[in-house]
Design a binder for this molecule. Structure first.
Ligand SMILES: Cc1ncc(COP(=O)(O)O)c(C=O)c1O
Length: 291
């Protein structure tokens, strides 16, 4: 049967998605040839044995029967309400379930928000190296991705002056990814000092850092099945034992939930609180998000 090539949309011309692109295809080819390839292009906690928390899995099973038909286009009401409550806990006021949209992962929401935000040729500042979806989604939505460098010799930390120098009248948004994917760089210490906080390190930090145990592909610590205490519990005990510390600062939504839970199970509630870095920035700005 004769075949013909179907022309793709010109809007795809500048769209690249290298984690599934040429390099990934070449790696697969080599795998088929018998090479042992370690694929670092996609982080998949599931592949390393991390399971969805039991309560969530049970809720999904329980609600399967009522999840066949369409739901509200913004997402089911209890889920949107839960997002509102989480945001209220972080000090964000004036948000109702009507303002919340649930998406199929971050990817879909990046696309939707950029589509709503960008006019033709408007610019979005994106870190380089970047998780390729951001550049692809800006280009796909008629915008122009302008990259600000995160140089290896600076520990992949961007230079705020350099970012500022790239801002033009056409700039609509700045993408900040912290902790960064793919470089793994985290920006909090400098940010914390800039807003007047005193930073105390826990005994295990930086190269010996330990996270909450909910993600990270077991990069930081091997979790022993059947262990008496979860990594999040050991970590909050460690934080509470540092003299003069009242706040455990995190930059990851999983850390926030896991550590808050661990405070309850270890009885350390009241001794120390867990806050996202952005909450401290918001407080230092006088609660801008509350206006
Ligand atoms: C910086 C960044 N943006 C977006 C995404 C996409 O998120 P999702 O898998 O929820 O669509 C990822 C996933 O790893 C990411 O690291």
């Amino acid at each position: 049967m004769p075949t013909r090539t179907i022309r793709s949309s010109p809007s795809l011309a500048n769209v690249r998605y290298e984690i599934r692109g040429r390099l990934a295809r070449r790696a697969q080819e080599m795998e088929r040839m018998g090479y042992d390839i370690v694929m670092l292009n996609i982080g998949n906690p599931g592949a390393f044995g991390f399971r969805t928390p039991e309560t969530m899995r049970l809720a999904m099973i329980e609600n399967l029967r009522s999840a066949e038909g369409y739901c509200h286009q913004k997402g089911i009401f209890p889920a949107r309400e839960a997002v509102v409550m989480q945001q209220q806990e972080r000090g964000v006021r004036g948000v109702t379930a009507d303002d919340v949209f649930i998406g199929n992962g971050v990817s879909e929401l990046i696309d939707l928000t950029l589509r709503a935000l960008l006019a033709a040729d408007e610019e979005v500042l994106v870190p380089s190296p970047d998780y390729p979806l951001w550049t692809a989604a800006v280009n796909l939505n008629r915008g122009r991705a302008v990259h600000y460098p995160c140089r290896p010799e600076r520990g992949f930390i961007p230079d705020p002056d350099e970012i500022e120098s790239l801002i033009t009248k056409r700039t609509r948004a700045i993408v900040v990814i912290n902790p960064n994917n793919p470089t793994g760089a985290v920006y909090p210490r400098r940010v914390l000092e800039a807003i007047g906080c005193r930073v105390f390190e826990m005994p295990r930090h930086r190269e010996c850092g330990l996270c909450c145990g909910a993600g990270g592909g077991r990069i930081w610590m091997q979790e022993t099945p059947g262990a008496k205490e979860r990594p999040a519990e050991s970590r909050v005990r460690e934080a509470a034992a540092v003299p003069g510390v009242g706040v455990l600062v995190v930059t990851c939504p999983k850390d926030l939930v896991m550590f808050q839970d661990a405070l309850k199970t270890t009885g350390l509630e009241g001794k120390i609180v867990v806050k996202d870095l952005i909450e401290l920035v918001d407080e230092a700005l006088g609660g801008l998000t509350a206006q």
